[in-house]
Design a protein around this ligand. Structure first.
Ligand SMILES: [Zn+2]
Length: 438
């Protein structure tokens, strides 16, 4: 047998092995409806260097619009609709932008080490029976392929964290309740998951504070998490029932904490805009209807302390996983640097775009200057300064795979600022400064 034949034989064996592997992997979801629905961003997304976690999301919006948005923005690897159909949106090997500002065990930017699965539904609402079947099969396949333990199947609400804002002085857990029900042990059991995190590692280590005690309790107390699902796991598929609208499982405390999108909820003396809208509170798509009938969008409100009780808050139908990252401005997002960036206002993690053109971190500015920053001064909170683009140092050299993320910002020599989603790599002028979330 000559070398060429050996080579052919070996190649054939490899092919057979690969085919067997694929067959085994897909067997779990042999009867699960599956559609390739690639995002236009799929091919430009980098391949992950390692895959340590699976992160589960709820869309917090109706299925058709959610799928469209996830595909347009490349915000998930997979999407599971109410009928159990799985859509592949970003190749499982590639980075999907699903976790936004995130941290777990001190590691940030969880997109780079995780697969994101979006399930059509709401954080407080049980899955449909077909969703349980399909998601369980998909998890089985992905966990086997990447060697991911049950305890490393996380929820977006576990890993998301918020920068300081007017309600929280420090970086905090509780930016999102997305996927909260996937911390319920009853829900996890139905998905074949027998282990889960029992505490928040970043809060325990002091890296973050708790910004949402209710969420923290739901995520890490086994008994209370059972309450979410015990009522109500959907009956196993009988054809008439599985098509019926699932009965929402809404514990009273959750039901009053945040309304389904499109429905208003009132601000009271004890319930702030943050309590109602979370990180959507200052979005242009969040509407405030005041008692006198006037209406304002979240990005138009200046004085958050003066919102009268009885104001109704209406949250847009579908959240974006990355929408909260934008240049903040004094006078819009808070009247002072301390109001915008909390305890991080004077640290190296807060970047100031001064009106005279200088760019400085909070650590570089004197206290007097920080206290007297004029309106419209731009700020980025929780960011690293990457330095300038040069002939030998392109965007990728500065911040790696984050170079074209919507959360990365470029300040051009003419003073204008664009996000990574807007820039064209070959059109970035030399001398442009790069800032990325860290
Ligand atoms: Zn999410």
């Amino acid at each position: 047998m000559n070398a060429a034949t050996l080579g052919v034989r070996a190649a054939a064996r490899v092919c057979v092995a690969v085919l067997c592997l694929l067959a085994g992997a897909t067997a779990a979801r042999a009867n699960v409806p599956f559609t390739q629905s690639w995002s236009p961003h799929n091919r430009e997304r980098p391949v992950r260097q390692s895959t340590l976690y699976i992160i589960l999301h709820t869309t917090e919006g109706p299925a058709p619009g959610s799928l469209q948005k996830l595909r347009d923005n490349g915000e998930a690897n997979f999407f599971v609709d109410p009928t159990g159909r799985i859509y592949a949106i970003i190749d499982r090997r590639r980075v999907a932008l699903h976790a936004g500002r995130s941290m777990w065990r001190g590691r940030t930017n969880m997109d780079e080490v995780s697969i994101g699965i979006e399930v059509a539904g709401y954080y407080y609402q049980n899955l449909t029976a077909p969703q349980y079947t399909s998601l369980r099969a998909l998890l089985t396949e992905l966990q086997a392929q990447y060697g991911i333990a049950d305890a490393n199947v996380l929820t977006h609400s576990m890993v998301a964290y918020g920068a300081p804002n007017r309600w929280h002085r420090r970086s905090h857990r509780g930016r999102k309740r997305c996927g909260m029900l996937f911390a319920s042990s009853a829900v996890r059991q139905k998905l074949g998951l027998t282990d889960q995190p029992s505490y928040d590692p970043d809060v325990r280590a002091g890296r973050l504070v708790v910004g949402d005690p209710y969420l923290a309790q739901k995520l890490y107390s086994g008994s209370s998490s059972k309450a979410i699902a015990s009522a109500s796991v959907m009956p196993a598929a009988s054809s008439s029932r599985s098509r019926a609208k699932p009965a929402p499982v809404v514990p009273a405390a959750v039901a009053t904490a945040m309304p389904p999108p499109g429905e208003g909820m009132l601000i009271t003396a004890n319930r702030s805009a943050w309590d109602v809208a979370r990180d959507m509170y200052n979005e242009p798509t969040t509407r405030y209807v005041f008692p006198d009938g006037k209406v304002a969008n979240g990005n138009q409100i200046r004085n958050w302390k003066s919102i009268p009780p009885g104001t109704r808050v209406i949250i847009a139908a579908s959240e974006s996983e990355n929408s909260e990252e934008r240049l903040q401005r004094i006078g819009r997002d808070g009247d002072t640097a301390r109001e915008v960036a909390g305890d991080e206002f004077n640290t190296a993690r807060t970047i100031y775009f001064l009106k005279d053109g200088r760019i400085r971190t909070g650590a570089e500015l004197a206290a007097a200057e920080l206290d007297a920053l004029p309106a419209e001064t731009g700020m980025l909170v929780g960011y690293a300064q990457g330095g300038a683009i040069t002939a030998k140092r392109r965007a990728f050299d500065v911040c790696g795979v984050k170079w074209n993320n919507p959360s990365t910002f470029y300040r051009f020599p003419d003073g204008s600022i664009q996000s990574g989603a807007q820039v064209r790599e070959n059109a970035i002028p030399l001398g442009t400064q790069v800032f990325f979330r860290n």
